[in-house]
Design a protein around this ligand. Sequence first.
Ligand code: ASP
Ligand code: MG
Length: 417
Amino acid sequence: MESTKQMAVIVQKFGGTSVGNPDKIKAVAQRVMNVAKEGNSMVVVLSAMSGETNKFVELAHAMQEQPDPREFDMLLSTGEQVTIALFAMAVKAAGMDVISLLGDQVKIITDASHTKARIKSIDTELIEKYHKEGKIVVVAGFQGVTPDQHITTLGRGGSDTTAVALAAALKADVCEIFTDVDGVYTTDPNMCKSARKIDKISYDEMLELASLGAKVLDIRSVSFAKRYKVPIHVRSTFTDTEGTRVVEEDELMESLPVSGVTYNKNEARITISKVPDTPGIAAKIFTPISAADIVVDVIIQNTREGGWTDMTFTVPLTDYDQAMGIVEKVCADIGAESFVGDPDIAKISIVGVGMRNHSAIASTMFQVLAKEGINISLISTSEIKVSCVIAEKYTELAVRALHDAFELDKATPTEEH
Ligand code: ASP
Ligand code: MG
């Protein structure tokens, strides 16, 4: 059957490596124009050229130890202005109509939390006007403006959120996130050869994967997409193959109990031993840690006989030294016997909405690790995730064993439809 191409509103976002030099920008422009020529209304969101934003961060720190947040945003937002202008020139050179717009021109209104602003509203009027004129609209990612005209940025990696937010506001048919990999994988392909590209994944699974460190999509953009039901397609800038679609759970056909295996080596474990087991002890330990802006992940408390308890938890590796310093003080305060830290750990997680209907998934995971002789020191679970903390040196072994055991190398039933 000959499909009649329908005119659609399509948001396409290209990351820094996709627009890293003039030739790449020209190639991206060509790619966008091909889709525009089919009669679609295009909104293109661009990041800065790869490495540029990092350069600005360095420059800012050369001026001021703690750069002023407002001026920091003024500087960091400029990288995207460069790419959208160059992109527009490339399109014009090829004879199509296009206009580049900054966040404040579109009226991407944010709160005033400089360097991590949240989008409050987006005005679609200007974009729709230009679409009616047949223009490709290219918008600077990662930036917005406060109601009183201060330029803000959305936090590093924020261009994904710009794209999803624009797609939500415009009720776009799809938000395509173009990047340097061809989708979301069942696990890290560098670690496990049989890793497979996932065709469709739910918002919740993607949220778990992103929070566990999968870098293909910025986590804030996924929660935005979930809230506004924006269909996302993560795909490669450099090929035409289908990538991974992030969709609502009920759009998934029957799926395997586990969708992906991930690992995170950037955490450290701290154990405080023989703490007096009295009300308020957890607050005494964790209040100073959170006051230092350290995010604690897995926490386990063991009760000992005689009114004592042990407390074990994980912190980001980058905050490990600081956390150990705080714990030393707290231990003296609360009269704990001792404390010990281990930075050489890894958190291995399995994620899948299928776990909701399969009760034995966690125990299968434990058995698989046991069979490999890997000791589990901490466990945490959510409705669609099981995480185990193990010694870092077993990461690769654990990932491969779990990937095998849950048969993630095999195509899911979804793909056969
Ligand atoms: N250019 C910004 C950054 O490097 C935003 C982005 O690329 O998404 O963080
Ligand atoms: Mg990114």
